[in-house]
Write a protein that binds this ligand. Sequence first.
Ligand code: NAD
Length: 478
Amino acid sequence: MVIDGKPAAARSGATVEIHDPATGELVDRVPQAGVEETRQAIDAAHKAFRAWADLLPHQRFQVLMKGAALARQHLDEVASLLTREQGKPLRDSKIEAQRFVENIEFYAAIAASGAIRGKQVPLSVPGAFGLVVRRPLGVVGAIIPWNFPLTLLANKIAPALAVGNTVVAKPASSTPLSTIRLVELMNEGGLPPGVLNVVVGPGAVVGQELIKNSKVRKIGFTGETQTGKQVMAEAASDLKHVTLELGGSDPAIVCDDADVEMASKAIAIGRFFNCGQACLAVKRVFVHEAVADQVIEKVTARAKRLKVAPGTDPSAQMGPMHTAGGRETIEAQLKDAVDRGARVLAGGNRLRGEPFDRGFFFEPTVITDVPPDARVWREETFGPLLPIARVKSLDEAIERANDSEFGLGSSVFTRDIKKAQQTIDRLDAGYSWINQVNLVAYDELPFGGTKHSGFGKEHGVEVLDFYTEEKSVVMGGV
Ligand code: NAD
């Protein structure tokens, strides 16, 4: 762990074991924090806050850029750690490590650009004028899941640090290695001690301390909807700011006039990327009956062609699932659909033999004829399982797409821009793509969900509103 700029152990001597999801091998052990170590990290961040907040924005820019430059020199090392602990193909880990660095650079540049600004407000009292100034919040607790540990870390620490907050980050206990390494490098790059800390341990201990400790003023949380609800309820007792980036069940709608080839490719990539374990993965497809046969055939063919292998294999396009439990949930959701009459068109099984038997591999799976009451339409499917439904009209597709508690992403495929705009207007989601799915995270564009997918934004200049608060100032007057 990293507390107050230094490597830190747990006083109890407890450790967390990190296993490779592709082989089951022990990759490493890290200290497991308890309440005591979490408090030390919070105290260090609290102590460091005033001086960090008082730096000029371009001074924070310089420090963050130095840290980012150092991290950039270690991308291969960080990517290798990420693949070993998370399971994703090395190529994807490299992109993720690079996205971390780019995100830090993006918000460092925003700090230096003067974009973090308030406003002047004319007042109706002679001689008086009003200002609205922006202030950082203080200590931020960043709670991160295991599926994209580095981008989701950057989404929080980059804007938080750029505007003058200090941070205690808590990665998932199964993916702490790449996070700890990056935090070390950012510290080596010149962050003052205590500005960025990382503690590892159970959500019920470390996460809870972050949420309940009154020195922490904001929780940036990404994770499951159920956990997010609990975080919000508990943060309320201390009136903490919260951003909640939660689960999703993104629909993709394919219209009768869509470019079938393009839509099928995007849907297959959008579902099977990161072994289906992405909040913004395509999780439900509604395709117009006029093109349904073609889309189903093409997506199925792509699923069958995908090269599944350990993430360390350079030819891997899809790695293992991250946990045994995650795979069991996907199997149960698949069984539920099949028991109700769904047909399996591709996959449906664990991969067998060497090198698969030791890891949590599951075939890219496509199902159709899935009855509306099946679990896959209601629940988040967090793995490589794709249900495709035929619909008779665009209205039916939109109605089914919105028939979900989630509202994270969504996409529509059509050659008619007017139809695309009208569809997007009616989709209940925080993000929509036209003729595309989530492949690139745009730093420039705010991202966040609606309904049970959470609230608050990451990315864009808009995220700055969620890591600062406004203060009104009156000068002069009678
Ligand atoms: P999770 O909710 O189990 O855990 C997320 C983090 O919260 C972990 O660090 C965990 O230790 C911590 N935590 C767990 N219980 C806690 C508690 N009681 N108090 C405080 N912290 C606690 O989620 P997960 O299974 O690791 O991640 C997968 C989920 O994350 C999926 O639902 C996925 O859709 C969602 N997700 C959302 C986004 C987004 O931006 N909306 C991005 C990625 C993942």
